[in-house]
Design a protein around this ligand. Structure first.
Ligand SMILES: Cc1cc2nc3c(=O)[nH]c(=O)nc-3n(C[C@H](O)[C@H](O)[C@H](O)COP(=O)(O)OP(=O)(O)OC[C@H]3O[C@@H](n4cnc5c(N)ncnc54)[C@H](O)[C@@H]3O)c2cc1C
Length: 379
């Protein structure tokens, strides 16, 4: 079932005139999570991406273990990281977390998710712009292979929010800029390491995620106008690695409307990425699953489309406080004098405080918080 290469030439037949029950745009974490919820529903579901599934890695691929289990993708894990370390110019604090980070292989994880999307069709196509409502009530989505129509559409296309009229434009938008390299690694290490050091990045952090035979080493700046390529080079050189396999993107750091003009948005397209940590994989899973469950309840005829849109928008909005807390910390932490920050990190390092704070953090988008797979979700 796995699609390996992006369709080219004669394979790129026109999709013009295609009408499906559900159109999911974007086949990464959020899109695959939603598609998986529609497996075996009997509905015609079309999943689109400009690349083949798993072809382009979009992150350092570290995700809390409970989500790897929830999604049935443990086989893609390359290294378990039960610790986190935080280094400032004045010292290092090392925490044992109440859960572990799993560093996984992107392509393998996408393949494992896709294998659970029974009955879903996949096509490579670039989505070109906002969806428009046609006279029959369907949404018409323009792509480079023609216009595809569907009554139910999910934008899981990442930070650009392509299907919204409102769009997102860097560097003025609330975005974090993140870039990393993937040098070879010897499989050692038990921690996801972070550096909060102004000489490296004024407002942001640097990281190292050991992931089996490679490490993912990068820098994120909360200031979208600050370039991070040179800091990544310096950071990887300091750690003794080669600057190979550059991979980067913008990451949203403000929650956006999860529903706009009749379209569902999940993952980065809805700003479902925690502003402080720029952690957006589990939230893409979480909101992708929630959107997928709403879509399924509509195609099964249990709820109307508008009720499902409203229920999903309300579900997303219920999480606004957690995103506000993370945004406030994103402003506060870079403003703290480095010595004060070092002391704060040491105080939080008491085990009961680590358990409490990281337990709270995980609960903000935990598998247990998902709406039930109940076919009357919005009723
Ligand atoms: C360098 C870096 C490291 C990161 N590390 C982590 C990490 O370790 N852990 C973590 O939790 N988060 C991390 N993040 C954040 C995380 O990558 C995102 O929050 C996450 O990828 C969001 O998932 P998504 O499915 O919403 O969007 P994406 O993963 O961005 O997927 C969007 C999909 O849409 C497709 N697409 C985009 N535009 C179009 C178009 N016009 N037409 C057709 N297809 C299109 C893309 O090809 C892609 O497949 C990192 C981000 C960066 C940049």
């Amino acid at each position: 079932m796995t699609v390996r290469a992006t369709k080219r030439g004669a394979e790129r037949t026109s999709l013009d005139g295609t009408r499906v029950d559900v159109l999911i745009c974007g086949a990464s974490f959020a899109g695959l999570a939603a598609a998986r919820e529609l497996a075996g529903s009997g509905a015609e579901v079309l999943l689109l991406d400009r690349y083949a599934i798993g072809e382009r890695q979009t992150s350092a691929c570290a995700c809390p273990r409970p989500w790897m289990e929830e999604m049935g993708v443990e086989a893609s894990i390359r290294q378990e990281l039960p610790f986190m370390s935080f280094t400032t110019p004045h010292g290092t604090a090392r925490y044992r977390l109440p859960w572990t980070w799993s560093a996984f292989d992107y392509r393998e994880l996408c393949d494992l998710l896709w294998a659970q999307c029974d009955g879903v069709r996949f096509e490579t196509a670039t989505v070109a712009g906002p969806a428009e409502r046609d006279p029959h009530g369907d949404l018409a989505v323009p792509t480079d292979r023609g216009v595809v129509r569907a009554p139910l559409v999910l934008d899981a296309l990442g930070w650009r929010r392509v299907l919204a009229g409102s769009g997102v434009q860097p560097p003025a938008a609330p975005l974090t800029r993140a870039l990393e390299v993937h040098p070879p690694h010897d499989g050692t290490g038990d921690a996801l390491d972070l550096w909060i050091e102004r000489p490296t990045v004024r407002r942001g952090y640097a990281w190292r995620v050991p992931a089996g035979r490679e490490a993912r080493i990068g820098v994120a700046s909360y200031d979208p106008s600050e370039h991070v390529r040179a800091p990544v080079g310096e950071h990887v050189a300091r750690l003794g690695g080669e600057p190979v396999g550059f991979q980067g993107n913008w990451v949203p750091h403000r929650l956006r409307a999860a529903v706009e003009d009749g379209v569902f948005f999940a993952g980065d397209s809805a700003g479902h990425c925690f502003p402080l940590s720029a952690e957006g994989i589990r939230t893409a899973f979480y909101f992708g699953c929630a959107a997928g469950r709403q879509l399924r309840s509509v195609v099964e005829g249990h709820v109307e489309r508008d009720a499902a849109l409203a229920a999903y928008a309300a579900f997303s909005a219920r999480h606004a406080r957690a995103f506000r807390v993370a945004a406030a910390l994103q402003r506060l932490i870079p403003a703290l004098p480095p010595r004060v920050l070092t002391r704060v990190l040491r105080v939080i390092g008491r085990q009961w405080l680590v358990d409490r704070s990281f337990g709270w953090y995980l609960r903000q988008a935990h598998p247990a918080g998902l709406p039930q797979r109940d076919s009357r979700l919005a009723a």
